[in-house]
Design a protein. Structure first.
Lengths: 104, 392
């Protein structure tokens, strides 16, 4: 085997080994601990409600599986906050941060 | 056994090094594309895992009354009729809903549970930061997001709920949910069932929904069907429905991103193909000289294969490697916002480790073979022409 091929094979081996080491480290460090898992399960069994609190601003999204299509209209008749299409878009703060009633 | 000509590999390495800038640029763009897509799928996998972990603790069946297409309160005497169905383990009516806090413009989820019975007390003690549940007076357990918002609005130890008739209901904050449950409990206020009835002004013969647990999990579908037949005006949601709903949410999000990615990936390949198909005169001359020196078309293609494989495979490994660091160590700044709402009540949480090998295989087969073919094909076209014609 010539010199450069040797180097490139070392390089690729180091790359793959480094990758596997990285994944193993992250897996060990960032996996959910048993205590946390139990805490989550206890919480859900007490409260009994599904879904994550990642979109608390809209009722039809917070417990999406337990909401009805009509709830969409409740917050805004234009449905421009409709869930799947608008999460990346920043929402107008007027509806959320300051009370609309007080503003009016 | 396949014999690898190491001289061809050496030639490929030299060829890469000869055009350092061009290849470095391709490597960076390729790595970025792989990194972006991989990061999105890792975030999706992590959130989905989070949901699936807790899905088994949910009730088997949830029953909602539908009236004119809307969810409305359900009679609690239906619980007894449901309990008469064979195979039903238990059935409980629940009171829960949203409370809009004007000052902050935030919805809280208020959940009522049965007067803090013994089993609840034990469970609560294990998931809250304060451990004193000896007094059974009006109190509430709040998520850390709720606590922060209330503190900002000068409610340190208690909160005044405004009831539908305009009067106040003062409730003491007894405990805060453990941070481990932040992702689930951030906006939740847990109160006794009586308090929940009071806050929402719901008639005591009614409930928000009814939950049913089934002894034999294989019978869930049958029992759900029987309930539907018994109460045709209800919507019956099984645990399986909820799991499917979760999958749909995240598949939609990552699917949208995947379609955008595919467009950008193919644009990238088109540029590569376009660049390579109008091979520069020096590259054509190189192929011509190689042919004149006795290289077969086969050898030229092999050399081009090694060249493109080295670039794309390295970019793939580096891209995926960086995405793991970005998502789990740095907790995916910016990209995780795609999956989050615009709410001011954002939970502090850590993405838990999760991955899907099928996804990485898909990214591999979507990117590397296409890149290799996009570079090999133009070289093949140049290499089948006579050497003297190519050089000329």
């Amino acid at each position: 085997m010539n010199k450069k091929t040797k180097y490139i094979s070392y390089f690729l081996t180091i790359l793959v080994v480094g990758f596997i080491t990285e994944i193993t480290y992250i897996k060990n460090k960032y996996s959910l601990s048993i205590d946390d898992k139990n805490a989550k399960n206890t919480y859900v069994s007490v409260v009994g409600l599904p879904d994550l609190a990642i979109s608390t601003e809209t009722m039809y999204v917070r417990y999406r599986s337990l909401s009805s299509a009509f709830e969409i209209f409740k917050d805004d008749p234009t449905i421009y906050t409709y869930f799947p299409s608008t999460f990346a878009i920043s929402y107008s703060g007027t509806n959320n941060n300051i009370s609309r009633i007080k503003n009016d | 056994m396949i014999k690898i000509n190491t001289y061809l590999i050496e030639f490929a390495i030299n060829s890469i090094l000869r055009e350092k800038t061009k290849n470095l640029f391709i490597f960076i763009v390729f790595t970025m594309l792989i990194f972006l897509l991989s990061s999105i799928f890792l975030i999706t996998a992590s959130l989905q895992k989070e949901l699936n972990i807790t899905a088994d603790s949910l009730p088997d069946i949830i029953l909602q009354k539908m009236n004119a297409g809307r969810v409305s309160d359900i009679d609690i005497n239906r619980v007894d009729k449901i309990l008469e169905i064979n195979g039903v383990n238990n059935s409980v009516s629940r009171v829960w809903g949203y409370y809009y806090f004007e000052n902050a413009g935030i919805n809280f989820s208020v959940v009522g549970i049965d007067q803090f019975e013994t089993q609840y007390k034990k469970s609560l003690e294990s998931i809250t930061l304060k451990h004193d549940f000896s007094e059974l007076e009006d109190f509430m357990v709040v998520g850390s997001g709720v606590k922060k918002v209330l503190e900002k609005n000068y409610y340190k130890d208690y909160f005044n709920f405004i009831k539908p008739d305009g009067t106040f209901k003062k409730i003491q904050i007894k405990a805060i949910f453990d941070s481990a449950t932040n992702l689930e409990s951030n906006d939740v206020i847990l109160v006794s069932k009586d308090t929940a009835y009071d806050i929402f002004g719901i008639n005591e013969n009614k409930a928000t929904d009814i939950v049913v647990n089934v002894s034999n999990k294989k019978e869930v579908a049958t029992i759900a069907y029987k309930i539907k037949m018994l109460f045709p005006d209800t919507r019956v949601i099984t645990k399986e429905d909820l799991k499917i709903s979760y999958t749909n949410i995240f598949n939609y999000k990552s699917g949208m991103f995947l379609s955008l990615f595919i467009i950008s990936l193919f644009t990238f390949f088109m540029i590569i193909y376009d660049k390579s198909s109008s091979l520069s005169s020096s590259a054509k001359r190189e192929i011509g000289i190689l042919k004149a020196l006795g290289w077969k078309t086969d050898d030229i293609l092999k050399e081009k294969f090694y060249e493109s494989f080295l670039i794309s495979f390295t970019a793939y490994i580096v891209g995926i490697g960086i995405s793991f660091i970005y998502v789990y160590i740095f907790q995916a700044p910016f990209l995780r916002d795609i999956f989050m709402g615009y709410s001011v009540l954002k939970p502090q949480f850590n993405l838990i480790f999760a991955y899907d090998l099928k996804i990485f295989a898909m990214i591999f087969f979507l990117s590397i073979p296409i890149y290799i073919s996009a570079t090999i094909f133009p070289s093949w076209r140049a290499s089948i022409v006579d050497a003297d014609e190519v050089i000329r």
